[in-house]
Design a protein around this ligand. Structure first.
Ligand SMILES: [Zn+2]
Length: 188
């Protein structure tokens, strides 16, 4: 079982041998370009991989920027939610730039929404999330996700490019209010 320390760390790539996510980056100064070394804490396998999720936090703007590459797992997506909540940034806006294609099942999407709903009971309304999906498959899947997430009070909008996604988030920030993003069917 992952501990809270594991969850607070940036999500590592899954271990290519045992497929678990309990991987830890090995700090090395001399690495090949584009790759980093990881150590699997479950099976002790050491491997080189590119990070498939990059996570940046801007406290001045109260914005999180997540860049995911293709084939991110549902566990990695869940760890983004966990980290957002654990670091006290649940109400921040999130720009999620999804590169390449990631196929999530409807069960995966429900798991993400279920976890976000549980976290929202503790941390309040989650900040709006703009998903940038440049390919048609990811765009369609993200649209399904946003529609399923709406009754749960999650404001998720999907865009074809980063410029329009940022424009939407900027407009929300300028209005200075997230009141209109409160859930309509709040059980609280
Ligand atoms: Zn392993």
């Amino acid at each position: 079982m992952p501990t809270i320390t594991d969850l607070l760390e940036a999500p590592g790539p899954p271990c290519p041998r045992c497929h678990r996510l309990l991987t830890k980056e090995i700090p090395l100064t001399l690495t090949h370009t584009g790759g980093r070394w990881f150590d699997c804490r479950a099976c002790k396998h050491v491997f080189r991989a590119s990070l498939s999720v990059d996570y940046a936090r801007d406290d001045a703007r109260r914005r999180l920027t997540v860049i995911s590459l293709e084939n991110t797992s549902v566990a990695q997506r869940l760890s983004i939610l966990e980290r957002q909540a654990a670091e006290g940034t649940w109400s921040y806006t999130m720009l999620h730039d999804a590169h390449g294609t990631t196929l999530l099942t409807s069960g995966d999407l429900q798991a993400l929404i279920g976890r976000a709903t549980t976290l929202a009971r503790v941390h309040g309304t989650r900040g709006p999330e703009a998903i940038v999906a440049s390919d048609i498959v990811s765009f369609g899947m993200a649209r399904v996700y946003s529609v399923l997430a709406e009754p749960a009070g999650l404001a998720i909008h999907v865009f074809h490019n980063r410029t329009s996604a940022e424009r939407w988030l900027d407009a929300i920030e300028r209005s200075g209010s997230t009141d209109r993003w409160k859930p309509e069917h709040s059980g609280a």
